[in-house]
Design a protein. Structure first.
Length: 154
């Protein structure tokens, strides 16, 4: 499964790596969130933060059933975590947010990874099923394309 990379996607990953290099793992998600918004804005990207996602259930409108962490340039939904490991429920959360936000591409970033590339997952809504791609790590087709500063050259 190929990773679909756009300039916005690459800029977001670059900014996330910059934040991770400066702060390292182990902080609360809220700290990474604020720092990443700052870096993305400095990079000239349009960033919406804590975006309310509406839901309709049984004819009842819930104007803010969920909040997406970030939507960048109205084309990339970014969900941030600072957890020991990513679980299937985190994938389901991103896929649900993509559907509700009507955004095609998503990025899940776990800032608690020792090397940030190991905490990145890309999501792409499509037919018949959405695609989920691990960006870094041993099971990735893109292994080696994204490097953290602390990672030795191979």
């Amino acid at each position: 499964m190929a990773l679909i990379s756009t300039p916005v996607f690459q800029q977001v990953i670059g900014c996330a790596i910059k934040v991770h290099r400066a702060l390292g793992p182990g902080l609360f998600e809220s700290a990474y969130h604020q720092c990443l918004v700052h870096e993305l804005t400095r990079a000239g990207l349009v960033v919406k933060s804590h975006v309310p996602l509406p839901l309709t259930y049984a004819g009842v409108q819930l104007p803010c059933a969920f909040r997406a962490d970030l939507i960048v340039e109205d084309q990339l939904l970014v969900e941030l975590k600072s957890v020991e490991c990513i679980h299937p429920v985190h994938h389901a959360q991103v896929l649900t947010y993509l559907r509700l936000a009507r955004v095609r591409q998503g990025l899940l970033i776990n800032f608690n990874a020792k090397l940030l590339k190991d905490g990145l997952k890309s999501f792409l809504m499509g037919q018949p099923e959405p695609a989920v791609v691990q960006i870094g790590g041993a099971d990735s087709e893109t292994n080696g394309t994204i490097k953290d500063q602390d990672e030795p050259d191979s």
